[in-house]
Ligand binder design. Structure first.
Ligand SMILES: [Zn+2]
Length: 89
């Protein structure tokens, strides 16, 4: 299996590491405990398109946001994820 990197092109999947959902936004300091609980423990499990945070650890080391269809595991695209990767806007 190969995955797309916007910097390196199509690369073997074992060069990448997945860190889970890319969409949750880190709460601000001082946010209520329930908000932190939900951020840390409650994760989406979508049936269909899903943005995931990946790092090309054995390549350019950039954070990436990949869009994957959970029904077929097809990767529909990847874009740079910025400095922490999360900024999935
Ligand atoms: Zn890369």
């Amino acid at each position: 299996m190969r995955l797309p990197c916007p910097h390196c092109g199509s690369r073997p999947a074992d060069e990448f590491t997945c860190y889970g959902a890319a969409d949750p936004v880190r709460p601000a300091a001082g946010a209520p405990a329930q908000v932190w609980h939900d951020y840390v423990h409650i994760r989406p499990n979508p049936y269909g398109l899903h943005n995931e945070l990946w790092q090309h650890v054995h390549g350019c080391r950039r954070w990436l946001v990949m869009t994957r269809d959970t029904r077929t595991h097809a990767v529909l695209g990847a874009r740079d994820g910025g400095s922490r990767g999360g900024g999935a806007a």
